[in-house]
Design a protein around this ligand. Structure first.
Ligand code: ADP
Ligand code: MG
Length: 254
């Protein structure tokens, strides 16, 4: 069935989602709505199911939706083939990106943009890349290196964020992209997200730390606990968690 997107249709609408990995239920009734123009931070202890949600949204074959619904721009996301999701504007920033020795950054980005957005003439692609390199403080020499091959943690993040900006996704999912970064790399990630931020795009930012949320102020913050969202609030909630930890939420949820 064709679904039409109206102004009232949320970008991402997840209802009572249950997901199993290798037969074990990890997400147990997760409900979350991300509207266009919004940045949502998803927090929670290790093992609460954050990466399971990210992988499910990208359609990783090991993650089986056993109940509930995921609608993206009004369409059932689970029926959209994985390779089509990127074309439809879903971008996942990986926690551990792969190295592609022998593949130059410039070629990789060009081909990726072509696959997702259609061919962009070199005349337009070059200045676009240049603009993003400048914003992110990446030297031009970066473009001739091999993708993630021998990259430092910070360089891998710059690569991911540059890739994200070039693809101009409608929905960007960043799974702990900020973990283990020094302050310069963290600023690049934050700058990239803030650049992407606009009234028709949404961001789901999975993080453990307040420090990125000082740079990318979220519209909504959610806490995932044992496969369910147990608390939602504004940017204040993240600051409260920084001080109080997660124990009090476990007691509340019990
Ligand atoms: P988070 O990203 O919040 O740290 P994950 O989504 O990675 O959490 O993991 C959620 C839970 O799923 C964890 O308890 C983890 O042990 C479990 N899990 C992940 N993969 C498998 C698997 N293949 N089989 C069984 N359990 C798994
Ligand atoms: Mg994780």
């Amino acid at each position: 069935m064709l679904a039409r997107m109206t102004d009232a249709t949320p970008l991402l609408d997840i209802r009572d989602l249950h997901v199993a990995v290798d037969g074990k239920e990890i997400l147990k009734g997760l409900t979350l709505t991300v509207g266009a123009g919004e940045v949502h931070a998803l927090m929670g202890r290790n093992g609460s199911g954050k990466s399971t949600l990210s992988a499910t949204l990208m359609g990783h074959p090991r993650y089986k939706v056993t109940a509930g619904t995921i609608r993206y721009k009004g369409e059932d996301l689970t029926t959209i083939p994985v390779h089509e999701r990127a074309r439809k504007g879903v971008f996942l920033c990986f926690q551990y990106p792969l190295a592609l020795p022998g593949v130059q950054v410039s070629n990789f980005l060009r081909q990726s943009v072509k696959a997702v957005r259609g061919d962009v003439p070199t005349k337009e692609f070059r200045p676009l890349v240049k603009k993003h390199l400048e914003t992110l403080g990446i030297p031009q020499a970066f473009m001739t290196r091999y993708v993630n091959d021998g990259f430092s943690g910070g360089e891998k993040k710059r690569m991911e964020i540059l890739h994200m900006l070039l693809l101009e996704p409608s929905l960007a999912i960043l799974d702990e992209t900020d973990s283990g970064l020094d302050i310069d790399a963290l600023k690049v990630v934050a700058e990239g997200i803030n650049r992407l931020r606009s009234k028709d795009r949404g961001v789901l930012l999975v993080t453990h730390y307040q420090r990125i949320l000082d740079l990318v102020v979220p519209d909504h913050v959610h806490v995932l606990l044992s496969g369910r969202i147990v608390k939602s609030g504004g940017a204040d909630l993240a600051r409260e968690l920084e001080v109080k930890g997660y124990d009090w939420l476990e007691q509340e949820a019990a």
